[in-house]
Ligand binder design. Structure first.
Ligand code: UDP
Length: 368
């Protein structure tokens, strides 16, 4: 057809779409990106407010053990030395995260790894009969016993996911390290940091010289957009792409309350988790601490978990058996679609971290 102007139409200017666009453009392909929002960068979008880079869709901390991925992101922008070390507030008492010697000292007053190990063994003894944990609750109890579960996991998890911990897949809690050193680093990865000047800059650099159209919904005229390119890279929800024909996939949503405060330091840390059920938000983010900001004001964000509906954003796939079964049907169908490539958290219905999405996008472009 004569009106085919692009090699690729890319739906979504988030991480997957942007890495893909950068790599394919480098190979000489012509790409057009469309996005329904009024900005690029998807959920890693940051906006400068009072001189502070505010993570508008939730805090993002980049971490990876893959040197290729680390070098890749550093080729676009410089990263700072931020290390995520959240503090948990449970009923007014503070605990370090992830679960480490500081946490064990705060919980039980134990001072050595051996004392901590003994205490945890005692805590877990009750659950020795659980050989193969079937859900997050069982997994957490087997890993750390009752105190840690009840104070630091249960309330947070149940409000985050909007369902009992017995109905949440166990892999989610295995994201959190458990260690017998005084190390508050939330991640085990070798490399970690935040882009200096914010994540939007990282994506801007990837998209330099590439055509981007914002504020357009692909589904308003799918045919028109498809006809512009030989192939489509789609990074949105896979169920929506196929008109929900096998049923709707479930997602967990969030909403954020941002607040500018006329004080230099609200909580002394970038992330404070509120782990009791009664407080409706899961965490408060104080953005300046991601970049060691010295401004006179501060910006904080309360993060509230929410039911997903067509009026808000899908953030987390709910990878339980029911949804996984539906997803497999969409996946099987998508594989037969020779004109469309699917990638990213929503199109693959997986709880990916940023570095995994970059890795997947790079692997994909190498194959093409
Ligand atoms: N989690 C918890 N207590 C906390 C923080 C996390 O129980 O204080 C659990 C919770 O189930 C959460 C999961 O660990 O969904 C993963 O947390 P992570 O911080 O990795 O999630 P994300 O930042 O992606 O929301």
């Amino acid at each position: 057809m004569e009106n085919i102007k692009y090699d690729y139409l890319i739906v979504g200017a988030g991480i997957f779409g942007s890495v893909f666009a950068y790599e394919m453009t480098k190979k000489g392909k012509k790409c057009l990106i469309i996005d329904k929002r009024n900005h690029i960068a998807g959920n890693i979008f940051t906006e400068k407010i009072e001189g502070i880079n505010v993570h508008k869709y939730g805090a993002h901390i980049f971490h990876t053990s893959n040197k290729e991925i680390w070098d890749y992101v550093n080729s676009f922008v410089e990263f700072n030395r931020f290390t995520n070390s959240p503090v948990a507030n449970y009923k007014g008492s503070l605990y370090n995260l992830p679960f480490n010697m500081n946490t064990f000292y705060q919980l039980w007053g134990v001072k050595t790894p051996q004392e901590a190990q003994n205490k945890i063994d005692e805590q877990r003894a009750e659950f020795r009969h659980i050989i193969d944990p079937k859900n997050l609750e069982e997994q957490a109890l087997v890993l750390g016993g009752r105190d840690i579960y009840e104070k630091l996991i249960k309330g947070y998890t149940e409000k985050q996911w909007g369902r009992p911990a017995t109905e949440i897949p166990s892999f989610i809690i295995r994201r959190l390290p458990f260690r017998f050193t005084f190390d508050n680093n939330y991640f085990n990865d070798i490399y970690q940091g935040i882009p200096i000047d914010g994540y939007t800059k990282l994506i801007e650099k990837m998209l330099e010289g590439i055509e981007v159209i914002q504020n357009v919904n692909y589904f308003d005229d799918k045919e028109k957009w498809n006809n512009l390119a030989n192939k489509v890279l789609y990074t949105g929800k896979i169920d929506e792409f196929y008109d929900f024909r096998f049923g709707k996939l479930e997602y967990r949503s969030l909403h954020f309350e941002h607040e500018i405060m006329d004080i230099p330091n609200y909580q002394g840390n970038a992330v404070v988790n509120y782990t009791e059920k009664e407080i409706p938000y899961t965490r408060i983010i104080e953005h300046k601490h991601f970049e060691f900001g010295q401004q006179l004001k501060t910006v904080i964000t309360k993060e509230y978990p929410d039911e997903y509906s067509k009026d808000n954003e899908p953030y987390y796939p709910i990878n339980d058996n029911k949804n996984q079964t539906i997803y497999e049907k969409y996946l099987a169908l998508s594989i037969t679609d020779v004109h469309v490539i699917f990638g990213g958290r929503l199109a693959e219905y997986k709880y990916y971290d940023m570095h995994q999405v970059i890795d997947n996008a790079l692997q994909m472009t190498k194959k093409l």
